[in-house]
Design a protein around this ligand. Structure first.
Ligand SMILES: NC(=O)c1ccc[n+]([C@@H]2O[C@H](COP(=O)([O-])OP(=O)(O)OC[C@H]3O[C@@H](n4cnc5c(N)ncnc54)[C@H](O)[C@@H]3O)[C@@H](O)[C@H]2O)c1
Length: 509
């Protein structure tokens, strides 16, 4: 196993804005002397002051001893010119996100540092290969991609360009681990892991908003309450900044030669054009101005408990409903031997877990006019909310029976417009699809991608582990039906999901 850079190694951080200061803090806390350089006069000194104040706060809170805080602060050295970095063992940059600027920095440094010095770049969107292309020795450069705020976020993507020496990537990996971070290897491809695999979280939400499937607050509530995500996609976009999020989507879309998987959203473009960037300027998908109140998610009005409830089969939803109804002393009958995705009947309402078909299409293909489709939940046993859609052939009385059943089990129901997939299921399917493609294209392995998504964007579960739990065959069916429903290449199935599905089918037959 490659060893980390020893703590005596001098680390140089160039660019001492939000990210650079955070990275310098992490390296100094880990015991390294750290030189900081910025081309804005006084910025490096200011960053050092800020980091020392951070260390003092951590000491006050008992998170580090006063001596350790003092010592870590003393290891920070602001400098004024590149020549001052000659003795660095690692130079890592967090300067402006511009290819020429990053290339120039390292070309200049090649003439200053020793032959063993390695280079890291914190770029989020520029090819590490392209930055390295300007260097005489591109093998010593790798992405050392921290997430914001660097002292708090555990994930570091270690990004190898075409020319990166694997020993350099391994040294950075071991060093990030020694600094208390969780590194994952990634190949230099657009968006690396997190900024690529996360795209569907925003894209599917924007798509649904654009099509009037549900409103902002309802989609967010479904993703938080049923999906277990910390923030709904619109809350998250408002926090990131719609301008930033839109620019990242555009950059990934362009870098993938306009692959429709990543096509940006017209509705998001409108918000950006309006200057509604989110929290930072008071208005985005939500209104943050003082007089504004946050809209509520739409929840169906209370319905009576249906006179007859029959639970079919042993799917996770049927099992959870049985337990939840029993706990609430609601009478029901169980028919455990039913197959074919039929979960429950409430009077004449027939409830199924979504397979990606709209309820209307499903009703027409199966001849079950009273079809109601229900969304995925992270855990049906505890979910406080579920999304639901009714076929056009359902009467409102039938829909009310289905609502009454779910409410009797203690679940708030968000009725959404009938469309292919339902909010959580289609989002998970597309996240897993993108993650599978990234694995298939050697960007990282499945464990690395799941770890990156949990730690980089705080997903409750890695999309691949989650998709396995739901069943790859179900995920594939959802994607196939989304593709048929929309007739778009956006929903094409990753070859890895296809292969694993067929491999599982063969094993089980
Ligand atoms: N902010 C984030 O959430 C985030 C997350 C991950 C990665 N990144 C990446 O990290 C890098 C820095 O981002 P940031 O948010 O810290 O930016 P920032 O604007 O806060 O800081 C950049 C700093 O670099 C300095 N600088 C610019 N060009 C320089 C040069 N040629 N030499 C020396 N100093 C220079 C600027 O004066 C500024 O202090 C970018 O590549 C960005 O894409 C940002």
């Amino acid at each position: 196993m490659t060893t980390p850079l020893p703590p005596k190694t001098l680390i140089a951080v160039v660019g001492t804005g939000a990210m650079g200061a955070g990275i310098a803090q992490v390296a100094a806390a880990a015991g390294h002397p750290v030189k900081l350089l910025d081309n804005r006069p006084g910025a490096a000194e200011k960053a050092v002051e800020g980091i020392r104040a951070q260390f003092a706060r951590l000491a006050e809170k008992g998170k580090m001893s006063a001596e350790a805080a003092q010592a870590a602060g003393a290891r920070l050295i602001p400098v004024e010119q590149l020549a001052d970095l000659a003795d660095a063992g690692l130079v890592t940059e967090a300067i402006v996100e511009n290819l020429e600027a990053k290339q120039k920095l390292y070309v200049d440094l090649e003439g200053i540092v020793g032959p063993d010095c390695i280079f890291g770049t914190n770029t989020s969107s520029i090819s590490v290969t392209a930055i390295g292309a300007a260097l005489q020795r591109p093998e010593r450069l790798a992405g050392l991609h921290f997430f914001n705020p660097a002292p708090l976020m555990a994930l570091v993507e270690i990004v190898s360009g075409l020319a990166t020496d694997c020993r350099v990537a391994e040294t950075l990996f071991a060093t990030a681990a020694a600094w208390g971070k969780t590194p994952v290897h990634a190949k230099s491809t657009p968006g690396f892991i997190v900024n690529r695999v996360a795209r569907p979280y925003y894209a599917e939400a924007l798509r649904q908003l654009h099509e009037g499937i549900a409103d902002v607050a309802t989609i967010d509530a479904i993703m938080r309450e049923a999906g277990g995500f910390r923030m709904g996609p619109f809350e998250l976009m408002d926090m990131i900044g719609l301008d930033v999020n839109f620019a990242v989507t555009n950059s990934v879309w362009n870098a993938f030669f306009n692959d429709p998987r990543f096509t940006p959203s017209l509705i998001q473009q409108e918000y950006v054009a309006a200057g509604w960037y989110g929290r930072k300027n008071g208005r985005g998908f939500y209104d943050y101005r003082p007089a504004a109140s946050k809209p509520e998610a739409s929840s169906a009005a209370a319905q009576p408990v249906p006179p007859s409830i029959v639970l079919h089969g042993t799917s996770p939803l049927a099992e959870a409903l049985a337990k939840r109804l029993t706990d609430r002393a609601v009478p029901f009958t169980r028919l455990p031997n039913t197959t074919g995705g039929f979960v429950a009947a409430a009077g004449n309402a027939c409830l199924y877990v979504t397979d990606g078909r709209s309820a209307t299409r499903r009703a027409s293909e199966t001849g079950v006019a009273n079809t109601i489709v229900v969304d995925l939940a992270s855990d049906y046993a505890t979910t406080p909310r579920l999304a639901m859609a009714s076929a056009a052939s359902c009467s409102s009385a039938t829909t009310e029976l289905a609502i009454g059943l779910l409410q009797a089990a203690g679940i708030a129901v968000s009725c959404v417009k009938d469309a292919p997939g339902l909010p959580l299921m289609r989002t998970l399917a597309m996240l897993a699809n993108e993650a599978s493609d990234a694995v298939n294209q050697g960007v990282s392995d499945a464990a690395g991608i799941d770890t990156a998504m949990r730690l980089g964007v705080g997903y409750p579960r890695g999309p691949l582990a989650w998709a396995h739990e739901v069943g790859l065959s179900s995920i594939r069916t959802v994607l196939k039906n989304l593709g048929e429903g929309y007739g778009e290449d956006r929903y094409r199935i990753s070859p890895l999901i296809e292969q694993q599905h067929f491999a599982c089918t063969r094993h089980s037959s």
